[in-house]
Design a protein around this ligand. Sequence first.
Ligand SMILES: Nc1ncnc2c1ncn2[C@@H]1O[C@H](COP(=O)(O)OP(=O)(O)O)[C@@H](O)[C@H]1O
Ligand SMILES: [Mg+2]
Length: 356
Amino acid sequence: MFWLEAHLLTVLITLPTVKRYILRACYLLESMSGDGGRRVAIRLQNLTKYYGKTLAVDHLSFEIYENEIFGFLGPNGAGKTTTLLMLTTVIRPTEGTATVMGYDVRRDADMVRRLIDIAFQEPKLYWVNTPWEILIWHAKVWGYGGREAKRVVRDVMERLGIWESRHKKAFELSGGQRKKVEVAKVLITKPRIAIFDEPTAQIDVAGKHYIWSTIRELRDEGSTIILATNDLYEADVLSERVGIIHRGRLVALGTPEELKDRVPSGDVIEMRVEGELDGQLLSRIRAEAEASKVKYSDGRLKVYLNRGEEFLPRLITMLTSSGIKIHSATVREPSLDDVFFYYTGLSIREAERRGR
Ligand SMILES: Nc1ncnc2c1ncn2[C@@H]1O[C@H](COP(=O)(O)OP(=O)(O)O)[C@@H](O)[C@H]1O
Ligand SMILES: [Mg+2]
């Protein structure tokens, strides 16, 4: 009888584990079927968040592959942070869910937390603590022994240039330094999934390049990276694939090159001009350039067309003969901002202004 009860107990204890093994097995089988055989690290399934009546994240469904740097690009208020807080189990989805290495953020939150670490957009530092105390504590929570914790914390702080500030109180640090302490947490723990929410906002150019190279190193060492940013250049140079988010929805997904190739017409003429550019003139430009789009606002004219260099002299003549003064003119390839514009009708900065 005792044997039976003990046996029953063991079965009960192992049941959740069995369930997890089955889920993991399903995940491993399923994840192999990703694009080009790449394994899926994170799968969002209709992930949705309402704050009261505000729809912050609107049924997002896409996949992030293992060991890629995934750029999550969108203007302020697009829903990036809210999505990341759901993936890290800080807040619960209103609808839908996501899996992280096969573990569901709703059902297996404790397992997800062991795999994922995040550098928050707004560092939640304890203001009376010093960076040294904060980072040692973080390292120990993640399983480093005392001596090892000191070694790794010192190493990361030196590399980020915040070692000299290690004994200052958090409130004495500049915004950029606080951000570096936040980024340091993730560099110390080297999690399977590393999330950076606008890691280089408020950081000087040298610091930015430094953080970019450490993020790449982390990827090279095996982490999967999600990088949320509203910085087009950052998304372009760092990401293997970029997901563009606007008003809680995913508007485009692909490598930076694929996304730029989706903008019809190969070139963009961009001009800074002064004078009356009315609808009639814009229509004429569009017709003569055979442009796919012509856009004018705030003294900036953009024409999306083929063979931009050939059309540029004619465009200059058209404008100057209509009394428009030209301050500058460039012909270039589409950028991620043009991709954003193509899908939303706005530049990222305009979207930010309207969001506010
Ligand atoms: N705690 C909150 N309570 C209410 N609304 C929020 C909260 N956090 C964010 N929002 C709103 O949700 C939307 C998405 O915000 P957020 O996820 O922070 O976007 P992003 O990180 O892309 O700037 C915005 O409209 C924002 O005002
Ligand atoms: Mg944000």
